[in-house]
Design a protein around this ligand. Structure first.
Ligand code: SF4
Length: 198
């Protein structure tokens, strides 16, 4: 385990829990910095905390999170071996999408530092808000299941697990995508990791 990365992540988490940089801090019960291995090969980025996450202060612990955990296990990944977080760390009121300004403040203040610290081989973007924010692509449907390289980082795009909860076809696609992402990350193991987030 990379002690320096773990220290950086702990520092970011501390700042997130006290953060008042954007209006989303007003409605939160708990900020949700993210969790997982400091030296994870794969990092998962969703949209923002929902009700369960806000209650517990942990990412992806509600029904969507359960589905994500199942998909990880089906792909041969353990949840504790990856790093899981969101574009914004506080729950938007009524589960609305975070605004571009909220996303911008939160990613610049925290998410990019987390990516830099973990330095994963692959970043899996879960759903349209993550895809818009990290890749500037408006439609997840058009690019789902595809890998991208940007700023020296490798990304893989799939649905947010919420989109797969009530739709068996999407569920199969989501599970298949997570397996594909794992295989892609495995295939990158012979290459050195990037040293910096650009
Ligand atoms: S969403 Fe991000 S920037 Fe906004 S208050 Fe929470 S931690 Fe701070």
């Amino acid at each position: 385990m990379d002690g320096l990365a773990a220290d950086v992540l702990a520092g970011v988490a501390d700042e997130v829990r006290r953060c008042v940089l954007c209006p989303l801090h007003r409605g939160r019960l708990n900020a949700v910095p993210g969790e997982g291995r400091a030296d994870a090969e794969i990092m998962f980025i969703g949209e923002g905390p929902g009700e369960d996450e806000d209650l517990q202060g942990r990412p992806f612990v509600g029904r969507s999170g359960k589905l994500l955990t199942e998909a990880l296990e089906a792909a041969g990944l353990r949840r504790e071996d990856v790093f899981i977080t969101n574009v914004v760390k506080c729950r938007p009121p009524g589960n609305r999408e975070p605004t571009p300004e909220e996303r911008n403040i939160c990613t610049k203040s925290y998410l990019f530092r987390q990516i830099d610290a973990v330095n994963p081989r692959l970043i899996v973007l879960l759903g349209s808000v993550a895809v818009q924010t990290l890749l500037n692509i408006s439609s997840v449907t058009a690019v789902r299941g595809r890998a991208f390289e940007k700023g020296g980082r490798r990304f893989f795009v799939t649905f947010h697990p919420a989109a797969a909860l009530y739709n068996p076809a999407n569920r199969d696609i989501f599970f298949h995508d997570i397996k594909k992402a794992k295989e892609l990350a495995d295939s990158l193991k012979s290459f050195p990791r990037q040293s910096r987030l650009v």
